[in-house]
Design a protein around this ligand. Structure first.
Ligand code: ADP
Ligand code: MG
Length: 346
């Protein structure tokens, strides 16, 4: 039997390979693999189901991640996928594997953070599993949610000429990560160093204690808008635009000058001599929502402060471009975090 390293495929290639012949037996399964969550017909509503796994040394570094924040984030990243289906999260189940390096108090901290997130988003923690690990900490959260049948938004519904929108601003979580990594190195070199990172508080919070955009889903509902397609931005804008494009069989054009980037993010990008647009396109972990709406909804959406229209959907699925501020046409490439390619943070 041949031995292929997983690094040769990357995350999405590996998922495609492993799940190629997965069969479905239950008539209720209306969406299986390939969207932010699975979707199950449960009568009046659709039930949404998703899981995210956080691994020490891959998704978080315990040197600079407060455990309470880690617990909070482990819940929020799952709720974000439920919102990306235009849904409401309802329950979570928590799996945790922990090495003997962790104390009871440390685990209590993690759970404090989880409970805080559950309180904030009004979600019930209804079960889980606890075990030891040979090394490191693993947190696997499964989230359930619900959505009305006429409201569910898949990645696949984008139509030609739809407007492409994003919530909030992008690249901030990556900016926060770079600051944390930089300070880690400073600390290693000189443990007495007292870094002043207060000027970066916004981007640090976006990295360590992100929020899911419940407010955006509610806002869309209030305005009577059902997006034609939606995805949450966990791997960077470029990767997510490509997901919607591929799933919908459409192309996309986005404009660099329209991509929302916070001042603090731009400052960090400048410090690191990286283009802020690169943070937005490839940084990841923003947990903002990327969605498409019909042109008819333009009037309803154009003045909403927390939403930016960044481009439009096109007919040609082979065309997914960024128009740079200087007018160059740059094909989008997915370069998001990929735990299998060593581009991650460790
Ligand atoms: P997201 O970034 O929204 O969490 P992912 O990129 O992790 O989504 O996953 C893409 C799709 O592949 C999802 O439908 C997810 O449920 C599915 N998936 C990921 N890993 C596996 C796996 N090991 N086995 C089966 N399905 C998987
Ligand atoms: Mg997602």
């Amino acid at each position: 039997m041949s031995k292929t390293p997983v690094t040769s495929l990357g995350e999405f290639g590996l998922i495609d390979l492993l799940t190629a012949n997965v069969k479905q037996y239950d008539n209720g399964t209306i969406k299986g693999i390939g969207d932010d969550t699975a979707a199950i017909d449960t009568g009046d509503n659709i039930t949404l189901l998703t899981k995210d796994l956080l691994v020490e040394g891959v998704h978080f570094n315990i040197m600079y991640t407060p455990l309470r924040h880690l617990g909070y984030k482990s819940i929020v990243v799952n709720l974000s996928d439920i919102y990306a289906m235009n849904g409401t999260p309802t329950q979570v189940i928590v799996g945790i594997a922990v090495s003997s390096r962790y104390t009871v108090e440390a685990l209590e901290e993690i759970y404090e953070g989880m409970k805080l997130a559950c309180d904030k988003y009004k979600v019930d923690l209804v079960g889980g599993d606890t075990t030891s690990s040979a090394s490191g900490l693993f947190i696997s959260v499964t989230a359930l949610g619900k959505v009305g049948k006429g409201k569910i938004t898949y990645r696949s519904g984008a139509q030609s000429n739809d407007l492409i929108c994003v919530s909030g601003n992008l690249g901030a979580a990556y900016a926060g990560l770079l600051i944390l990594e930089r300070e880690k190195e400073v600390f290693k070199a000189n443990p007495q160093a007292q870094p002043d990172i207060s000027q970066f508080s916004y981007v640090l919070e976006r990295q360590l204690k992100p929020e899911a955009r419940q407010d955006v889903v509610e806002l869309l509902q209030q305005k009577g808008i059902v997006p034609t397609a939606m995805i949450d931005i966990s791997d960077g804008l470029a990767s997510e635009v490509l997901h919607i494009s591929k799933a919908s069989g459409k192309g996309a054009v986005i404009y660099e000058e329209k991509i929302p980037v916070d001042m603090q993010t731009a400052t960090v990008a400048h410090d690191f001599k990286i283009d802020p647009t690169t943070f937005a396109l490839n940084g990841g972990e923003d947990y903002e929502l990327l969605f498409c709406v019909s042109q008819q909804d333009y009037e309803k959406i154009k003045d909403v402060e927390s939403i930016s229209i960044i481009g439009h959907v096109t007919d040609n699925p082979a065309q997914t471009d960024l128009i740079s501020t200087s007018g160059n046409v740059i094909p989008l490439r997915a370069q998001g975090w990929d735990s299998f390619r060593g581009e991650n943070r460790e």
